[in-house]
Design a protein around this ligand. Structure first.
Ligand SMILES: Cc1ncc(COP(=O)(O)O)c(C=O)c1O
Length: 382
């Protein structure tokens, strides 16, 4: 994978910096839009995965709305996406609920407790739904598997009454993560077995996120056919709310090597960014990002290095990257596919600055959108 940029453009980018490549985002959106049109469904942006709001005008030209999982996301949706949110949170806070409703077009409850508590405070223009759990997922890492045993995410079928409360208009499930269309087919088989009896009485079905529609090789035809079949069979409006798929492979994190340390014969290149602060999925999932200047396969090139983050966390490093020549202090390391679940999850642990944020537009020009300072760190604390 390489970044198709002129050397001058690339050198103008400060370090560290998250950089969105707008044309790549547009290509993803075009593909998602073709699914919307061919299957006659709606796709909305999951803000929890990608919330770089300077790109919202572009996203909005393809996707009508976004899903919010908190008051802040709902506010961002209203202010920067100019849309009412499809709101779903694991739990709603009493003091926020009424304001949250002003910012929402749909609200989904994670439990019957929450539904009974809040239903009378939902204005009639808002469509109410329940999150259900089909108890099947292809996700192997428990950290990302909403269908694990004792999951708190959504009602399992045995917890639902024989008929849904009359004011419930929709059902929602989310059990996939970077999954294929074939995985969705299997989810739907399980979903149908458990929840079929409710389908004649609902208007919409939100099939959550985790559909990696924009990955090369994703079977878009299978997805479209599956959605069309399901929509026709049950006469429901279908909504998908991917986050990752929207920003999949649309940008990078440029970093610089500021030191190289070597203990017990294994050199570590220390970068001016941090995995735990800026790329947490690399440690949590764990996920090994590709790197432009070398390889994430230890065997590919002769010079092997660990790459170390700048924080004090002992585990803030990734082992076993390889390079065609020895690394030097001052070299650039560019981590690929760094747009989704990065900026939305960053921390300033150790007081480490957030990387700058920039964009490369269709004209191949780099625009620096935001830099962070001591004040940003200080003002998060008191
Ligand atoms: C309820 C819900 N919807 C949508 C998403 C977006 O998923 P993804 O970014 O994998 O497409 C998530 C991710 O955690 C989620 O929890």
């Amino acid at each position: 994978m390489s970044i198709s940029l002129s050397q001058d453009t690339f050198e103008a980018i400060p370090s560290p910096c998250f950089v969105l490549e707008e044309e790549k985002l547009r290509r993803n959106l075009e593909r998602l839009d073709s699914v919307q049109k061919n299957a006659q469904i709606s796709i909305i942006l999951a803000l929890k995965g990608f919330a770089m709001w300077s790109s919202f005008p572009l996203i909005k030209s393809f996707l009508k709305s976004a899903t919010a999982s908190s008051m802040n996301e709902a506010k961002l949706c209203a202010e920067k996406f100019s849309a009412l949110a499809h709101t779903y949170a694991v739990g709603y806070r009493d003091e926020e609920f009424d304001e949250l409703m002003k910012l929402s077009s749909h609200v989904t409850f994670n439990s019957l407790n929450q539904f009974y508590k809040f239903q009378d405070r939902v204005p009639p223009r808002i469509s109410m739904g329940l999150r259900v759990n089909p108890e099947w997922s292809d996700v192997v890492a428990d950290l990302y598997n909403p269908s694990q045993t004792h999951s708190r995410l959504g009602l399992i079928s045995s917890r639902l009454p024989e008929t849904l409360p009359p004011n419930i208009e929709g059902l929602h499930f989310h059990v996939l993560c970077e999954s294929s269309a074939a995985a969705l087919v299997q989810v739907l088989e399980n979903f149908e077995k458990k929840f079929k009896k409710y389908l004649p009485n609902i208007k919409w079905l939100n099939m959550g996120g985790g559909h990696l529609i924009t990955k090369d090789g994703y079977d878009v035809e299978l997805l479209v056919n599956t959605l069309k079949y399901f929509k026709k069979k049950y006469q429901v409006e279908i909504i998908l709310e991917p986050g990752g798929a929207i920003a999949w492979q649309t940008g990078f994190l440029k970093t610089t090597i500021i030191d190289i340390v070597e203990n017990q014969g294994s050199p570590t290149a220390i970068i001016d960014a941090s995995f735990t602060c800026h790329m947490p999925d690399c440690l949590e999932m764990p996920y090994r990002p590709e790197i432009m200047e070398g390889s994430h396969h230890a065997e590919k090139y002769p010079f092997r290095y660990n790459i170390g983050g700048i924080s004090c966390l002992a585990g803030d490093f990734l082992a076993g990257y390889s390079f065609s020549k020895p690394l030097k202090i001052g070299n650039t390391l560019t981590f690929q596919d760094m747009m989704h679940y990065t900026m939305v999850k960053t921390t300033t642990f150790n007081g480490i600055d957030h990387p700058s944020i920039g964009v490369i537009g269709a004209d191949d020009r780099f625009e620096l959108l935001k830099t962070f300072t001591y004040q940003d760190y200080r003002d998060k604390l008191s």
